[in-house]
Design a protein around this ligand. Structure first.
Ligand code: NAI
Ligand code: MG
Length: 357
């Protein structure tokens, strides 16, 4: 039990709308848990900050965040600023500087939520995606030569290190053992086409799998995996993939379990040398931002993952239970789930259910 210092970065778009509901969830759980409290510090970083200062975050932003126990993040992205500026100016530097190589993205079909796939009942889809989070296809390695000329040449390099690859794969297996549900780890690559990085990934997967003989393993090509996420999502338990592939697959997993607005994400520094970061999977959602109708439960579930990581399991389970009850009772729901509630109303209901237990 402790007081935790939480850095709160709402960012952009619906991130600004859902973040307060995550904070309310933390306040609600602190209110009913002896000895648990939070000290929040909010940072106004993101696209507005960029318009004013030319930077998404201050030069000493990373240094500042090192003093916190954990980070609650909304989203980054602006309709008028290119993504390679926004994402690369705020979110990706945090993931890399804090060596958050393990990204965990659960996708669960809750009671009360309808999947767009026919015939799926609650619990049928129950998978956890492990995304390599600091390298792979998102490594900022490459360059542009002879820009604007007929010889224009662009190189974008995928980077796979043994440390990063083994770390994410091992984390997926260890989690599969702890979770003790489906008992299977699926690795997703494209080694038929990408014969260096992805073949290397397959080799590391086989090496790590040998340490877990009790766990069933499977290797799929990413195009096949995308297909199976739609036709047989119930076959997946723990899925491990590179930065890009797991990013794409986690959006599919989110929609087949009912909404982008339900999917949480934990960006973990396994060595606990730096703060880990918790956020919804979704982005700034330009099509609904400013309307106050974004579903806040992805952020509330991210808060449960934060509590779990901080070692506050009882509080984490309480928040998870509140999310499940909020969905099952179907009285206060945002538009993505067929309701008419606002973000704040649904966040208030989640906080009420957290207090109720
Ligand atoms: P998006 O995740 O923002 O939106 C995809 C779809 O899901 C949209 O139809 C949106 O309305 C819906 N959606 C998202 N969050 C929702 C919520 N809480 N409740 C209900 N519906 C929700 O992805 P998109 O449109 O590709 O990206 C928009 C911007 O966000 C881009 O600038 C992108 O780079 C950025 N982005 C940032 C991320 C981050 O900060 N972690 C992650 C993904 C995208
Ligand atoms: Mg994504």
């Amino acid at each position: 039990m402790a007081e935790y210092k939480v850095a709160v970065i709402p960012g952009d778009g619906v991130g600004l709308e859902v973040i307060d509901e995550g904070r309310k969830a933390l306040e609600a759980v602190a209110g009913v848990t002896d000895g648990l409290s939070f000290q929040f510090t909010e940072f106004p970083w993101g696209s507005e900050f960029y318009r004013e200062t030319g930077k998404l975050m201050p030069d000493d932003g990373i240094e500042t965040l090192k003093g916190f126990d954990t980070i609650l993040f909304g989203a980054v992205g602006d309709p008028n600023i290119p993504d390679h500026i926004t994402l690369h100016g705020l979110l990706l530097p945090m993931r890399r500087s804090f060596d958050q190589g393990v990204c965990i993205r659960p996708a669960y079909l809750y009671p009360g939520v309808e999947s767009p796939l026919s015939g799926k009942k609650a619990g049928d889809i129950d998978m956890v995606i492990f995304r390599e989070n600091t390298e792979g296809e998102y490594a900022p390695v490459g360059g542009r030569l002879y820009a604007g000329t007929a010889h224009e040449t662009v190189v974008q390099t995928n980077m796979f290190t043994r440390r990063g690859t083994e770390r994410i794969i091992r984390a997926a297996f260890e989690y599969c053992v702890r979770r003790n549900k489906g008992n299977k780890v699926t690795s997703v690559t494209k080694s038929n086409a990408q014969s260096f990085g992805m073949v290397f990934w397959d080799e590391v997967f086989a090496d790590v799998a040998a340490d877990f003989p009790q766990i069933e393993t499977e290797s799929l090509l990413v195009d096949r995996a995308a297909m199976d996420f739609v036709r047989w999502p119930e076959d997946f338990d723990v899925v491990v993939a590179s930065n890009l592939f797991a990013d794409i697959l986690s959006d599919i997993a989110a929609v087949v379990t009912g909404s982008m607005g339900l999917a949480p994400s934990a960006n973990i520094n396994p060595e606990r040398e730096y703060p880990s970061l918790f956020e919804p999977v979704h982005g700034a959602a330009f099509d609904i931002m400013g309307k106050g109708i974004a579903n806040p439960l992805a952020t509330v579930s991210a808060v449960a993952m934060m509590l779990d990581h901080l070692g506050e399991q009882e509080a984490a389970e309480r928040v998870d239970r509140a999310v499940a009850r909020c969905l099952e009772q179907r009285t206060v729901l945002t538009a993505d789930l067929g309701g008419t509630a606002t973000t704040a109303e649904m966040g208030y209901e989640a906080a009420r259910l957290i207090r109720e237990g």
